[in-house]
Design a protein around this ligand. Structure first.
Ligand SMILES: NC(=O)c1ccc[n+]([C@@H]2O[C@H](COP(=O)([O-])OP(=O)(O)OC[C@H]3O[C@@H](n4cnc5c(N)ncnc54)[C@H](OP(=O)(O)O)[C@@H]3O)[C@@H](O)[C@H]2O)c1
Length: 282
């Protein structure tokens, strides 16, 4: 039971950690907007959630985060539908094995894992700030440790590395640096920004072949458990003013950050270059 209507947007809310994050927020009394790229998968998630949470208040906004034009349209749609935004969970992400390019000409992992959430968040910032206290939660990963930020090659023209894993790690490193710079810029606004490592979770990430997925899955958490840290950071009253940090197992985990993930000068440069790539003023 909440004292006022609170709204949340969860990206990639039709699968894995995002679906369970949406369910947890619904149970906590939020009105939840599911931001999904597939209308059919979004409707399946809506039916699943509505069937499992009594009185669930839900909406769907369709958006391919890999396409900036679509992100701009979706952000405008959210602004039209919501009079306030209390929580934005940038959860959607993907990993692919070899480099691909979007219809707009950007590297796919850069576009979906970093530029999309970067642009969406920036476009929603006025609404978040007007709704303060509000929170931005970014799904990063301990995989950031294998990532090396190549500021001179953000589009990964020089490739993804072995099976794309170093590149995935690099985009997760970007998520952490984005979070730090965002928190710095939001200081004093009442809007917080934190990054989350959900743990190893049994989801569709990386589209594992069925047998491999089943075998590896034995060692992974359920999506419900995997969503706990996101929910903790999004809702715990004790974290109302905590910003710019990294969380794992529902606890502060800054000690797990690589040196590259603490580089605030790199975070500023990444922000400036990202702003240029999405056509925003830095
Ligand atoms: N699973 C883990 O062990 C683990 C560990 C560390 C961090 N993470 C992070 O957790 C987050 C959630 O991943 P997950 O494990 O729950 O994987 P998942 O089951 O594959 O879910 C990913 C979600 O992102 C969506 N998505 C992918 N590309 C998109 C695009 N272009 N536009 C909009 N939505 C898009 C997917 O939509 P579709 O269903 O349409 O593809 C799906 O809803 C990711 O950021 C991931 O990096 C996961």
């Amino acid at each position: 039971v909440t004292d006022r209507a609170r709204n949340a947007v969860v990206t990639g809310a039709n699968s894995g950690i995002g679906l369970e994050t949406a369910r947890g927020l619904l149970r906590a009394g939020f009105h939840v907007v599911l931001l999904c790229r597939s209308a059919a998968r979004a409707e399946a998630a809506r039916a699943d959630l509505a069937g499992s949470v009594e009185g669930a208040s839900l909406d769907v906004v369709r958006c391919d985060l890999g396409l900036q034009a679509d992100v701009r349209r979706a952000a405008a749609e959210i602004g039209d539908r919501l009079d306030r935004l209390d929580v934005l969970v940038n959860n959607a992400g993907l990993t692919i094995r070899a480099r691909e390019v979007t219809a707009e000409g950007h590297d796919v992992m850069l576009a979906v894992n970093h530029l999309g959430p970067f642009l969406l968040t920036n476009l929603l910032l006025p609404l978040l700030e007007a709704s303060a206290p509000a929170r931005v939660v970014n799904l990063a990963s301990d995989a950031h440790k294998v990532g090396r930020l190549r500021l001179d090659d953000l589009e990964a023209a020089r490739g993804y590395g072995l099976l794309g894993f170093p590149r995935y790690g690099e985009t997760k490193l970007m998520n952490i640096l984005f979070t730090r710079e965002l928190a710095r810029r939001l200081a004093g606004t009442g809007v917080t920004a934190n990054a989350v490592h959900p743990g190893g979770v049994r989801t569709n990430l990386g589209a594992p072949p069925r047998l491999v997925g089943a075998a590896v899955g034995l060692f992974l958490k359920s999506p419900e458990v995997g969503a706990r840290t996101s929910l903790h950071v999004a809702t715990d009253p004790a974290l109302a003013t905590v910003s710019g940090h990294y969380f794992a197992r529902s606890a502060l985990a800054d000690g797990k950050l690589s040196a590259a993930a603490r580089d605030d000068a790199a975070a500023r440069q990444l922000w400036e270059r990202s702003a240029a790539l999405v056509g925003l003023d830095a």
